[in-house]
Design a protein around this ligand. Structure first.
Ligand SMILES: Nc1ncnc2c1ncn2[C@@H]1O[C@H](COP(=O)(O)OP(=O)(O)O)[C@@H](O)[C@H]1O
Ligand SMILES: [Mg+2]
Length: 344
């Protein structure tokens, strides 16, 4: 993307640069010594950079194991990055003072995939939603806390009576709405949503997504939305980043990404959406064979080259960087030699 001028720089809430997370998955020390083995590092996230503008939804999509959740966790402070930076509101999340960190963390909340596991089964809903407000000392007066709990429950279409019920008395979709209420009770600016609808029945997925879209407008939230489901991503996103083996291979506004994918991997993903319109036949695309390589033993050059139908000699040796190309005046970031040379 072009260097942001002063105006656009102001509207960027989250700035991630060259973020990496390597997990040490070595055998125990004694085994390594006996068998003369080296340490083994799993490069779960390997140099990811993106910006999220205030009020927008950026989605990260990609097959299971490509590093989406690891990025999410680094953005909320759950995993310390191996290297790279995460800035929220211009403040480096990992270099901030304890006080600044606490402040920053109140502004960032996360919603997880499993609304069953993320709510304490022994607490009533009223207590679940009130707890972060109390523990963060956002409000101290009990009437005010009660009013805040009522108002966020109302925002997620639950009623004040629901405060006296336990999580198990609700359906999956309702539980996820309780998780959302708990997250927004602290007035966050930035919500990281890791597969928030993946555990839900298809019939309630759209309901929860629409609620999230509504809340974004009403409360003024910024989302990082993570999903392996492209239909869900299409529904909610402004911009979409496609991840493959710990890297972003393409990032563009939703429309351009879905209508004119540049990276062969993005095309593979789009081809895997069940097609009811017959549009697919027109483009003549067909799914590409192969599986995600073992992250412990990644391919050389472009990580996608063993599965790529357009692989050139260069792709086997030189890893393409994520670069911005101009697509009819629209900036598209893509990490593919062919796309960068305008051959795709
Ligand atoms: N705590 C961990 N220790 C070791 N490896 C991990 C850990 N968490 C994730 N991984 C590995 O990192 C890669 C990315 O995982 P993850 O971020 O969960 O992917 P995704 O959310 O896209 O499915 C996977 O290969 C996974 O096995
Ligand atoms: Mg995940």
């Amino acid at each position: 993307m072009k260097e942001a001028n002063a105006n656009t720089a102001q509207s960027i809430l989250v700035r991630v640069r060259n973020l990496k997370k390597y997990f040490d998955v070595s055998a125990p020390w004694i085994t390594r010594v006996i068998e003369h083995k080296q340490k083994t590092l799993l490069k779960a996230v390997d140099g990811v950079s993106f910006d999220i503008r205030r009020g927008e939804t950026l989605s990260l999509v990609g097959e299971s194991g490509c590093g989406k959740s690891t990025v999410a966790r680094m953005l909320v402070g759950l995993y310390k990055p191996t290297s790279g930076t995460v800035e929220i509101n211009g403040k480096d999340l990992y270099k901030a003072s304890a006080e600044e960190k606490k402040l920053a963390k109140g502004k960032i909340q996360m919603i997880f995939q499993d609304p069953y596991a993320s709510l304490n089964p022994r607490w009533k809903v009223g207590r679940i939603v009130a707890e972060p407000i109390k523990s963060q000392k956002i409000l101290t007066n009990s009437d005010e806390i009660e009013a805040r709990v009522n108002s966020v429950l109302h925002l997620v279409n639950l009623s004040p009576e629901d405060k006296d019920k336990y999580p198990h008395q609700f359906s999956g979709g309702q539980r996820q709405r309780i998780s959302i209420a708990r997250a927004i009770a602290q007035h966050p600016e930035f919500l990281v949503c890791d597969e928030p609808t993946s555990a839900l029945d298809v019939s309630v997925q759209a309901q929860v997504l629409n609620l999230m879209i509504k809340l974004q407008k009403e409360v003024g939230l910024t989302y990082l939305f993570i999903s392996h489901n492209l239909s869900v991503v299409h529904h909610i996103s402004d911009r979409v980043g496609v991840m493959y083996l710990g890297r972003i291979v393409e990032l563009a506004d939703k429309r351009t990404l879905f209508n004119s994918p540049h990276h062969p991997y993005t095309r593979l993903l789009l081809d895997s959406i069940p097609d009811v319109t017959g549009e697919r036949a027109k483009h003549g695309r067909s799914p590409i064979a192969g599986e995600v390589p073992n992250p412990l033993n990644p391919p050389t050059g472009c990580l996608f080259h063993p599965r790529c139908p357009h692989c050139m000699e260069k792709c086997k040796h030189i890893a393409p960087e994520l670069k911005t190309i101009d697509f009819h005046g629209i900036p598209v970031q893509v990490a593919c030699h062919l796309a960068q040379e305008g051959k795709i």
